[in-house]
Design a protein around this ligand. Sequence first.
Ligand code: ADP
Length: 260
Amino acid sequence: LEAQFQQAAKMEAVGRLAGGIAHDFNNLLTVINGFSDLILRDTGEADSHRLPLMEIRAAGDRAARLTHQLLAYSRKAMIEPKVLDLNELVTESLKLLRLVGEDVIVATVLDPALARIRADRGQIEQVLLNLVVNARDAMPNGGRVTIETQNISLGADDWTDEPDLKPGPYVRLTVTDTGAGMTEQVRAKIFEPFFTTKGVGKGTGLGLAVVHGAVKQSGGHVSVTSELGVGTAFTLLFPAVSAAPETAPAAIPAPTGGTE
Ligand code: ADP
């Protein structure tokens, strides 16, 4: 429990730090990358400055990706939770998700009667992307990612180790890969900010911290099962939103859903 508390405190601190810096940093990067693009355009193939310039540009791109992740991580203050159809979001994201790797098949198994959830659309898109990119990285020789949605109901006896998770209807999102899997030692740390087993300049260690933060903010829960050499499955639970329509009749003030 102490470790859990420390983890939460650490993530909170990183979130605040990121929120403060990432935004300004992103603006500076726009200037750096924009001007290096401009100079690069006027630098001929034979110019000795071309290679160093391209290195600068590539580093700028990496930095932009990192700040993007940091921004996603600190988006806590800016999120706009809305009632969403997760199936629709998955289907719309597929075009992008299918671009992650040539030998990676992205398949879906969607529950046609899926309940709605309340979450920030951009955040959940980022969650999907992070999970699928990780799956790809775990399958250097290709493989299969399956995205599955399902309505489930948690009884009072389930998830007793998760005091935050109330019994009731949930929407379950599972992202399963046929990749390398991970050891127990790795598994224990994957949600920590900055934990990565990918090389320097490749992994940021923020992907799953973003996933964890986003799911928690939606009142949900994330867990993982993994077997070395077989694959990994991430299971996300979101509280189901009751079927009542979001827009109430004009005469009756709509009950506020606590958006702020
Ligand atoms: P990053 O991808 O930048 O390393 P993440 O927070 O997304 O950061 O992931 C942390 C670590 O968790 C990864 O470096 C990897 O070791 C492990 N991991 C995440 N997803 C998977 C997966 N699908 N299969 C195997 N290992 C994974």
